[in-house]
Design a binder for this molecule. Sequence first.
Ligand code: AMP
Ligand code: MG
Length: 425
Amino acid sequence: MRTVPQAQEITLQHVQRLDVESVPIERVLGRVLAEDVVSNRNHPPCDISAMDGYAIRFSDVKGATKNSPVTLNVVDDIRAGSTPKHPVCAGEASMIMTGAPVPGGSDAVIRVEDTSRRSHKGRHSKQEHPEAVDIWVEVPSGNNIRLMGENLKLGDTVLNVGAVIRPAEVGILSMVKKAQVSVYRHPTVAILATGDELEALNEPLNPEKIPNSNTYSTMAQIQALGIEPVLLGIARDTREHLEEKLLQGLQYDVLIVTGGVSVGHHDFVRPTLQDMGITIHFWRVAMRPGHPMAFGTGPKTKVFALPGNPVAGMVCCEQFIVPAMRKMMGFGQLYRPTVEATVASDVKDRAGRMHFMRAHLSGKENNLQIESVGAQGSGILMSMVRANALMVVPVECDYLRAGDRVRVQLPGSDQFQTEPRLDIC
Ligand code: AMP
Ligand code: MG
């Protein structure tokens, strides 16, 4: 029987990054970049002002204070988007707006709050275009000037293959005019539930049946990765119906089947997949919940056969499907984050399998506490609702004492890490 890390490794060996597709910038958030992006411009295109104020020569304002201001003649009014009409000579200033080009001769900008307007006759002026300005502060050379190319330099590689596209990257892509972006393709995913006892969502409530929840919890786990899966409904526990449904599922990059993969008389998923040419790479993993999990591959499709128990399916999806899908999508960080925490109260367990206990994590960064949420049955989906973390009880461990240190996985996080790190180290 495989351990969780072994089964993860086998899965990832059989899964490759998918090909590249071109996606409009409007839909590129969260994708992984498949091309280096080179800047086709300088940004800013020239030296521009970072403030509304006056472009001056810093040597003109040396020693200026509020009590002893320096008065400069105003020779120009430069708006953002316009071109300066006059250079700034000694004793002169140009009104300038944020984002406007700094005129020749000027080497600093004084913000408007550190000045007052004047007319030539020496009175304070409220007119829009003052003839002169009093400067109250001295500033260093380069003050409030954004240098040409300080954001983007023409010809520089500004984003690299493998970058995860966040909102800031989307902004940069627009700056360099990338309306279409090369990213790694997302896998297509189908989800199939199996079981004669299952009641579909659109069927009337029958108190003797089991509601098909796996389709929807798995769907949501896949949606959380940014992928809209196709729902194939429920296959009944006959080889014929199963084969018919599996055939549909094998059109997709990833097929997730839930239930029917254990040792019951009607658990036909594995033999049917094998008859259909799928190679099973492992079946059964030393974990709780989730023991009868299987993974196989066909010419096109990676097949994950999850246990039917609702919690087991979700936990297996986190351990095996999430990293595999992220690899296909081009991410470097495949695994949900884990942290170390202190066990809050004693936990009795059975050795032999890695146990992902539904638990509640509390406390601050250096003093995290973890506690079971109570009943841990693999059919008790409410334990997943109550939990905000999975406490990873190591394979060999049959008892955890309050105060012991343990690894905790955070399936709800949108951060990922490069290693599974399920063990305490
Ligand atoms: P199985 O792996 O098919 O033997 O199923 C194990 C347990 O999970 C049984 O109690 C099933 O009723 C339950 N189960 C199987 N499939 C689903 C499903 N799609 N939704 C909810 N429970 C399920
Ligand atoms: Mg079943």
